[in-house]
Design a protein around this ligand. Sequence first.
Ligand SMILES: CC(C)(COP(=O)(O)OP(=O)(O)OC[C@H]1O[C@@H](n2cnc3c(N)ncnc32)[C@H](O)[C@@H]1OP(=O)(O)O)[C@@H](O)C(=O)NCCC(=O)NCCS
Ligand SMILES: [Zn+2]
Ligand SMILES: [Zn+2]
Length: 203
Amino acid sequence: MFVAIPKMNPPIEGVKARLVPYAPYHVEQYHKWMSQPHLLEQTASDQLNLEEEYANQISWTQSNDKYTWIVICKLDHRHRPKLGHRTSDEIQLNEISHMCGDVNLFMHEWLSPDQCEIEIMIAESSCQRNGLAVESCKLVMEFAKSFLNIKSFIAKIKQDNIASIKLFTEKLHFRIVEIIECFNEIECHSSECLCDQCQSTIT
Ligand SMILES: CC(C)(COP(=O)(O)OP(=O)(O)OC[C@H]1O[C@@H](n2cnc3c(N)ncnc32)[C@H](O)[C@@H]1OP(=O)(O)O)[C@@H](O)C(=O)NCCC(=O)NCCS
Ligand SMILES: [Zn+2]
Ligand SMILES: [Zn+2]
């Protein structure tokens, strides 16, 4: 008999951020972020309705090709009030009020099995520029190397997203390997990458 092995998508504790697996009680706030045109544009996402967002949460959780964590801000500054949410569980309410973004790993058929794509969003403007994106990316990259046999990472970034380009190239030491004009995107690979494109750009 075939028994499906559940995907390992554990919480990860950092200094500034706690990464928790995407759960149904996160969806409402996630949906609010993903209704903002600038975040849809920068993350190359489509606008979904709340029902579709709940369906996505289930499919992302079940997919073996995608790992999604919600970034919980541990910094001691003002966050959203705990009121106005559908749960009365104190731990969940606290988490919802400190949610600031998400970080994802994607396995793709078009990548080698030891490579994956990484995506980050720190949606809450009050939490931005505090090192949360750098720490969250480093945490999931360590996780992927330790538990998923991943050796290198790629990131696709909109050409005009200067913040994200600087994050990946200056802070995480990715190199730009390709400019994909038709999608207005650039593709960056992490410094350990040994693909042909990276080999030819190393001087
Ligand atoms: C890009 C983004 C993830 C950065 O998150 P963050 O938590 O603010 O980033 P960090 O504090 O870890 O910043 C790391 C570095 O990124 C660069 N950076 C971040 N925000 C920047 C900005 N507004 N302008 C210029 N550089 C910026 C800087 O080099 C920064 O280092 P520094 O603060 O020492 O100068 C966040 O702004 C975001 O999610 N934006 C919207 C969605 C998005 O663009 N996602 C990426 C899709 S590829
Ligand atoms: Zn915060
Ligand atoms: Zn490469």
